[in-house]
Ligand binder design. Structure first.
Ligand SMILES: Nc1nc2c(ncn2[C@@H]2O[C@H](COP(=O)(O)OP(=O)(O)OP(=O)(O)O)[C@@H](O)[C@H]2O)c(=O)[nH]1
Ligand SMILES: [K+]
Ligand SMILES: [Mg+2]
Length: 363
């Protein structure tokens, strides 16, 4: 039996098993097996997924990938938001490779990748799905484009494809400490009460994965799926914005209904409806910060900010300014929200905040 057949067998079994306390353990083990098969499916091919036209250099401050079914308007968006033209047409699979464009917004240089439409079964290699998903993994934000005139089913189907290859959307990594050991067996501890995850399940799953020596500390309430994710590893946690396009073609009531969904925005790219708001949302979801630098005795230049990621330190800011600056670093003075007093004298590991002003003092 091939891997794909084994996968669909297990999926079928999961589908027909009723979910209740008595079957929970069995279902969890099946999911563990499924995750393992899917990982196998990806492994030998991951080095060759790049393929022609998908090997696009990362550039700018952040990367956004446009994921969606064919003809939802991805290339139309690229054409409107960037200087790059990507053929847009009414037939499906107009775009066949990865086409990068550059969007300048709030002083940041954001790389937007137009990609071929993906279809159901993409994660198993249908169409160019595997290449598209491999590119999605390298991005800082997934913009999932959906056709507002079509059924809501599309969203769930796309999510399923991305989930099957270990992409987790709008979710943070479960707080589980997991370390392989050379000996000593498996030690398992949970710091909080677990309504779903049992110690027996955790131990059986590790056994299924042939892990006999490890330390596990579960630090928060988690599901068995979360636990499987941590054991399988190689998960990618990404923010995702759901963009419902073509609202020019649906009723106001429908628009209102969709607009209330979580992490969602309604637009018409072609008719320029709500597109400025979309740019704002992309900016917001990328979690980028701007900090300003200043020289001794001078005012900061508020027209020239540095773009850094949320959580970035003074060291990250140094690297953004110049490759060797961190080596010559003595200390920095920081004004702004991250500073306890103004200015605060800090080291390389100081975490910066939006709109902070930094003065670097060299050796
Ligand atoms: N009504 C309406 N049509 C739109 C809108 N945006 C794009 N379209 C149309 O949708 C069709 C598909 O647009 P594309 O940009 O080629 O879609 P795509 O997602 O890049 O398609 P593939 O590359 O084939 O996957 C074109 O006929 C566009 O004119 C919109 O806001 N409203
Ligand atoms: K198209
Ligand atoms: Mg296209």
């Amino acid at each position: 039996m091939g891997i794909l057949e084994k996968i669909s067998d297990i999926e079928r079994e999961i589908g027909r098993t009723q979910k209740n306390k008595a079957t929970e353990h069995h279902l969890g083990m099946l999911k563990g097996k499924l995750a393992k098969l899917r990982a196998e499916l990806l492994e030998p091919k991951t080095t060759s997924v790049k393929g022609e036209g998908f090997d696009v250099m990362k550039s700018g401050d952040a990367r956004v990938s446009l994921i969606g079914f064919p003809s939802v308007g991805k290339s139309t968006l690229l054409g409107k938001f960037t200087e790059t033209h990507s053929e847009a047409a009414s037939y499906e699979f107009t775009t066949l490779t990865c086409i990068p464009g550059k969007m300048l917004y709030h002083g940041a240089n954001i790389q937007i990748l137009d990609l071929p439409g993906i279809i159901q079964g993409a994660s198993e290699g249908k169409g160019r799905g595997r290449q598209v998903i491999a590119v999605a993994r390298t991005s800082d934000l997934v913009v999932m484009m959906l056709d507002a005139t079509k059924s809501y089913e599309q969203k769930r189907l796309l999510e399923k494809e991305l989930e099957a290859v270990g992409i987790r959307l709008n979710k943070r990594k479960p707080n589980i400490y997991f370390k392989l050991k050379k000996g000593g067996g498996v030690t398992y501890n949970s710091l909080v009460k677990q309504p779903e995850l049992t110690e027996k399940f955790a131990r059986d799953l590790l056994h299924q994965y042939k892990i006999f020596n490890a330390e596990v500390i579960v630090r928060e309430e988690v599901t068995t799926d979360d636990f499987i994710d941590v054991i399988v590893g190689n998960r990618k946690y990404l923010p995702c914005l759901y963009v419902y396009n073509k609202i020019d073609a649906i009723s106001i009531e429908e628009i209102d209904r969709i607009a209330r969904k979580e992490h969602s925005i309604v637009v018409s790219i072609e008719q320029d409806l709500n597109t400025d708001r979309l740019k704002d949302k992309i900016w917001e979801y990328l979690n980028l910060l701007r900090v300003y630098t200043k020289r001794h005795g001078e005012y900061p230049d508020f027209n020239e900010g540095l773009i850094i990621r949320d959580g970035a330190t003074v060291e990250h800011a140094c690297h953004t300014i110049h490759r060797s600056l961190a080596e010559q670093f003595r200390y920095a003075l920081v004004w702004g929200k991250s500073a306890k007093h103004t200015p605060q004298r800090v080291g390389l590991s100081h975490v910066l905040n939006n709109e902070d002003v930094v003065q670097i003092v060299k050796k």
